[in-house]
Design a protein. Structure first.
Length: 203
């Protein structure tokens, strides 16, 4: 699948389209959102939307991509930090994004529509989870290069790390359930970081 069209600097119209699309997707759901409705909310023509995005699933992908960018989870941590501090910074950014009301709502939209709209599921996966793991894998590679961790498969390490963060705490938030007593985001992050640091400690 082709990637969302992006320029070196986002235009005001493009940002208005993404703002309108995010609101429409969250309020109406993916299937019920039309390009006409997005155009009306954004105050642009439908032709203008198609000048920026070839299809609705690419528009949705761009909304996800922008949300991840704004969270700075892809930003490279300060290279002066050790492995433990680096992973904690990455985990904190990721958990803050995953547990945000917008991200949880978007996730629910994707799950509800994924079987009927496989392109939507693919767009979400490629623009969010897959890209995030690639970027986190690159951080593991850097920690390996510095000799702070021994990581032979950065993608697998990233997958394990993200898996330890998307625990019962995330599932309860997704389902709108109260959290267990004593279960905190900081506790989950600290446990995941400590597990990775010990598991991948250099011999």
């Amino acid at each position: 699948m082709s990637k969302p069209k992006t320029g070196p600097k986002p235009s005001a119209k493009r940002e208005a389209i993404l703002d309108a699309a995010q609101i429409a997707f969250l309020e109406e759901g993916y299937a019920a959102t039309s390009m006409d409705a997005v155009a009306t909310k954004a105050g642009v023509s439908k032709a203008t939307i198609y000048a920026h995005f070839d299809s609705k699933d690419l528009l949705f992908a761009a909304v996800i991509h922008r949300r991840c960018e704004s969270s700075e989870i892809y930003a490279t941590p300060d290279k002066t930090l050790d492995a433990r501090a680096t992973l904690k910074a990455v985990a904190t950014r990721l958990m803050t994004l995953l547990l945000s009301p917008e991200a949880l709502s978007m996730y629910r939209v994707v799950v509800a529509e994924s079987l009927r709209q496989p392109d939507l599921a693919r767009a979400f996966y490629e623009s969010g989870p897959a890209r995030g793991k690639i970027e986190i894998g690159a951080i593991f590679s850097e920690l390996h290069r510095r000799g702070e961790l021994a990581v032979s498969d950065p993608w697998q390490a990233a997958d394990q790390f993200v898996g330890m963060l998307r625990t019962d705490y995330f599932m309860r938030a997704l389902l709108g359930l109260a959290q267990k007593d004593g279960q905190t985001m900081d506790g989950i992050i600290d446990n995941a970081v400590e597990t990775m640091v010990r598991a991948y400690a250099p011999a």
